[in-house]
Design a protein around this ligand. Structure first.
Ligand code: XUL
Length: 538
């Protein structure tokens, strides 16, 4: 009976989900996850990233990601019947880039099964550290690229996003400017996703439109590199990038290294994608109308879109969806990161955190802009936490934080133009019902918890099953593929409270004034807060 393997290389960990999809047996048969810090401490990462004096520079080790992949494939051999795995697909943190030199082709093609992979690929990198999505050090390059392509609107219309510091194009440009000789010695630039797929296939894998749209380099609708953006970014970039290929592309069979070293079958490899496009599938968002809010290291709001809207929001992104359609996404860097900081500062456990939310009335904590780290939405390069309307520390801080995060998500995802009636909540913080209650009231939407804990890895496994069925001449719909895996927990439904939603509609305007003030773009919000308190007796 065929099995399908989905891998997810995230910021902090590597996860594998193995599923079976035959007839009524539609289930996850195995899950394995380990954190980079714990499993591979010799790389010296902290929460998956390398230390830097400048908080805007965030990198990780591509060799570590490779070693993690090898470790995982070996562990799976001991835990599942890997000979039954018919197809493999993967997901990875988006935007991060891997720089390879001329030795890479031969090393990839000639991996000897008698030695660990890591020893054989040490020499293939033209850059030892990979910039990742948490990096915000390329403001200058964003400006240069934007000007060279004819402005923000031109870049956003063509690629789905205005220039963002973490996007791969600005990162490549910075590398070219700072280390021109190393850039010249680079023969291939991969995303984390296509790099890991290359290790499995033994040759350079393509980039799929889902992950390619996180680069400021791809023509979103044509699904190929946009020559104007390539020219604006760095010389001879076209020759260094892998081709763009549809997400369901079969990129070959698992290389002999994996078959001989661990006993895998010659499984079909499907093009990897980014974690957000994979999570779209893993949360069952294969048609328009529903949205997911994922609360992990970062918080993200996303949903499928049949067409690519012109995105003039300046905040969100339009990415390719692995179904061939599109997805809208807005990312907040200070997600769980901020919740953890506040909880730690108050010396509370998660239970006390929830109790504090349950005990405090809506809008009683004021507004908090929790920019502990440089923020993506709205763009904030110098970190700083701002508090308005209720400066006292204590349980009200938690209410201020959680409400402000939900208000920011509602405001900054409205550009997608989707009437949100149902939200699927996922990620670690989605286990907290009190947070979900605030979400339901702020959005005025029904909120369901998703049982799926590893939506990106599950999405990758479902993509493997979908592509395999299609390649075998058993065409199947996305709806059929996700059935039985992604249904929300019916009993978890939280309905919005009408009165509280009305109150939050006004509190939302106060939030907007506070945010504009914190960004140095508007007046102090005292008057607006006083008016709100009068009107709502809050
Ligand atoms: C998406 C983004 C993050 C990373 C996290 O634009 O930057 O969600 O993909 O892995």
């Amino acid at each position: 009976m065929p099995l399908y393997l989905g891998l997810d290389s995230s910021t902090q960990s590597l996860t594998a989900v193995v599923i079976e999809t035959t007839g009524n047996r539609r289930q996850v048969v195995h899950t394995r996850s380990f954190s980079f810090d714990e499993a591979l401490p010799h790389y010296g990462t902290h929460h998956g990233v390398l230390p830097h004096a400048d908080p805007r520079v965030v990198t990780s080790s591509p060799l570590m990601w490779a070693e993690a992949l090898d470790l995982m494939m070996g562990r799976l051999r001991d835990e599942v019947d890997v000979r039954q795995i018919a197809a493999i697909c993967g997901s990875a943190q988006q935007h991060g880039s891997v720089y390879l030199n001329a030795r890479a082709d031969a090393a990839l093609a000639g991996l000897a099964p008698t030695q660990p992979m890591v020893e054989q690929i040490r020499g293939i990198f033209s850059r030892e550290q990979s910039p990742i999505w948490m990096d915000s050090s390329t403001t200058e390059e964003c400006r240069e690229i934007t000007a060279a392509v004819g402005g923000e609107a031109a870049l956003a219309d063509r690629t789905g996003s205005r220039a963002f510091e973490r996007f791969t194009g600005p990162q490549i440009r910075k590398f070219f400017k700072r280390a021109p000789a190393d850039y010249a010695a680079t023969t291939r630039i991969h995303l984390v996703s296509s790099f890991l797929a290359s290790l499995l296939s033994g040759h350079h894998a393509p980039i799929d439109p889902g992950d390619g749209s996180g680069m400021n380099l791809m023509d979103l609708r044509a699904r190929r590199w946009w020559p104007v953006a390539l020219a604006a970014t760095a010389p001879e970039l076209d020759a260094k990038l892998p081709p763009v290929a549809e997400s369901w592309t079969s990129i070959g069979l698992l290389a002999p290294y994996w078959q001989k070293r661990y006993g895998y079958a010659p499984a079909h490899l499907i093009a990897w994608s980014g974690d957000n496009p994979c999570s779209l599938i893993g949360t069952g968002l294969v048609s328009e109308g529903r949205m997911a809010v994922s609360m992990g290291t970062s918080d993200t709001v996303f949903g499928l879109m049949d067409d690519a809207p012109v995105n003039r929001s300046g905040t969100g992104h339009v990415f390719g969806s692995p179904t061939g359609a599109y997805m809208g996404l807005t990312v907040f860097k200070n997600g769980s990161l901020a919740r953890e900081r506040v909880r730690e500062a108050l010396a509370m456990d998660w239970r006390a955190f929830s109790d504090a939310l349950a005990r405090t009335p809506p809008a009683s904590g004021g507004i908090m802009l929790p920019w502990f780290e440089p923020e993506i939405t709205p763009a904030v390069s110098t970190p700083g936490v701002h508090r308005y309307g209720q400066p006292s520390e204590g349980p009200s801080t938690i209410r201020a934080l959680v409400e402000s995060q939900q208000l920011a998500m509602a405001i900054h995802s409205s550009w997608m133009g989707v009437r949100v009636e149902t939200i699927l909540a996922t990620g670690g913080a989605a286990a907290n019902r009190e947070i979900l209650r605030v979400m339901a009231d702020v959005f005025g939407a029904e909120v369901y918890q998703l049982e799926v804990a590893n939506s990106a890895a599950l999405g990758a496994a479902l993509r493997a099953a979908h592509a395999h069925a299609t390649h075998e001449g058993r065409p199947t719909t996305w709806k059929e593929i996700v059935a039985g895996f992604t249904e929300p927990v019916a009993a978890s439904r939280i309905a919005p409270n009408k009165e509280r939603h009305a109150l939050y509609q006004e509190w939302r305007r106060v939030y907007e004034i506070c945010e504009a003030h914190a960004l140095g773009r508007g007046p102090a919000p005292d008057e607006a807060i006083a008016r709100f308190r009068r009107d709502f007796n809050a």
